[in-house]
Design a protein around this ligand. Structure first.
Ligand SMILES: [Zn+2]
Length: 349
């Protein structure tokens, strides 16, 4: 194993600050680099305790109102998915949809890949982050991977899968009703490809798997580790791609079709724990993506990894949290230092 080096440096910004009576103020900005990809994120100590400037607290009355206004037209509510959602061919999926417990998997009406499905996450139209249950989430993950298995078995060029979610409108969801979005393609997604290529380069250089080295290095440092549940390690990202990023790294599975029954259980349980922590931090939205290696072989250089982030909160006329700094410069602002975030979320495991 190789020890991962977590690189960071500091910059000083100086200006006459009207908030401090016009004195020449110096602010310290910490820059962090992701050890694998080099992705930059910045933490300004001047923003400490000022989360609400960037992320105003959730307006729960507004959230309830929006849910009530959209419930009657929701194509998933009250069993309407039965008549309104598309179906796959019986050859791919007998019956056209995959129903498991309260979850229903069906094709996206406007797919962005050869296989792009939606998984309805329960019958409830509105769900707060502390209302996701492990059994519900587990059913959705199981159906998703069952669907991927069928896709791969029917077409072996379908090797690249991601399992994703947009939760609530500020996170990009077009409907309030909770759902996952899962994608199967002959090509990896841009970030998936970056992770796979960088992991392979690391493996060829160091002779070990970056993700295992990352987990071991983080466990030695302790301060960003949250918990190990079965074969999943839960960490706060050193240089996050989004606000409050929590990652799960599989110690054994290199692609989704290698997941065990225990992996599903620990994934669903851990995700619900993190969502409860987010809820108690007054955040109300999230995105996640689970990245898989290619399914036609086991990849010793890679492990499945989930990235889970908050997005802008559910407030009226919300401002996006994805502006030039993230969208075009591909940097991110650290709102809560990952070490403090890990300490908080650890209390939920
Ligand atoms: Zn609904």
């Amino acid at each position: 194993m190789a020890v991962i080096h977590f690189e960071r440096w500091h910059q000083k910004a100086r200006f006459h600050n009207p908030l401090k009576g016009g004195i020449l103020d110096t602010q310290d900005i910490e820059v962090r680099l992701d050890p694998l990809t080099g992705h930059q994120s910045m933490y300004s100590s001047a923003l400490e305790g000022k989360t609400s400037i960037l992320f105003p607290e959730t307006d729960y009355d507004y959230l309830s109102r929006r849910a009530e206004e959209t419930r009657a037209q929701c194509f998933m509510c009250d069993g309407r998915w039965n008549s309104t959602t598309p179906r796959y061919s019986d050859a791919l999926l007998p019956g056209g949809r995959l129903v498991k417990g309260e979850t229903v998997l069906f094709p996206n009406l406007f797919p962005l890949a050869a296989y792009h499905a939606v998984v309805m996450l329960g019958e409830s139209h509105r769900r707060l982050l502390n209302e996701f249950t492990p059994s519900l989430v587990r059913d959705a993950f199981c159906s998703s991977v069952e669907f991927f298995r069928r896709c791969y078995e029917s077409d072996s060029t379908m090797r690249y899968f991601t399992l994703n979610a947009n939760f609530l409108l500020p996170a990009g969801a077009s409907v309030i009703h909770p759902h996952f979005q899962i994608i199967g393609s002959p090509f990896p997604a841009t970030h998936q490809r970056l992770l796979l290529e960088k992991s392979l380069a690391y493996y060829e250089d160091k002779g070990s798997c970056y993700w295992i080295d990352l987990v071991e290095s983080e466990r030695a440092l302790k301060n960003r580790c949250i918990a190990r549940t079965g074969d999943l390690e839960w960490l706060a990202a050193f240089s996050p791609l989004g606000v409050n990023e929590i990652d799960a790294v599989w110690l054994n599975a290199t692609h989704l079709l290698e997941w065990t029954e225990d992996d599903f259980t620990h994934l669903a349980d851990g995700l619900c724990r993190v969502l409860r922590a987010y809820h108690d931090m007054k955040f109300s939205t999230f995105n996640f993506a689970v990245f898989s290696g290619p399914t036609h072989r086991s990849s010793p250089e890679f492990r499945c990894v989930m990235r889970l982030v908050n997005r802008q909160n559910m407030v009226n006329h919300h401002r996006t949290d994805d502006y030039y700094f993230q969208k075009l410069l591909k940097n991110e602002i650290i709102v809560n230092p990952p070490e403090q975030l890990a300490e908080f979320v650890r209390g939920y495991f």
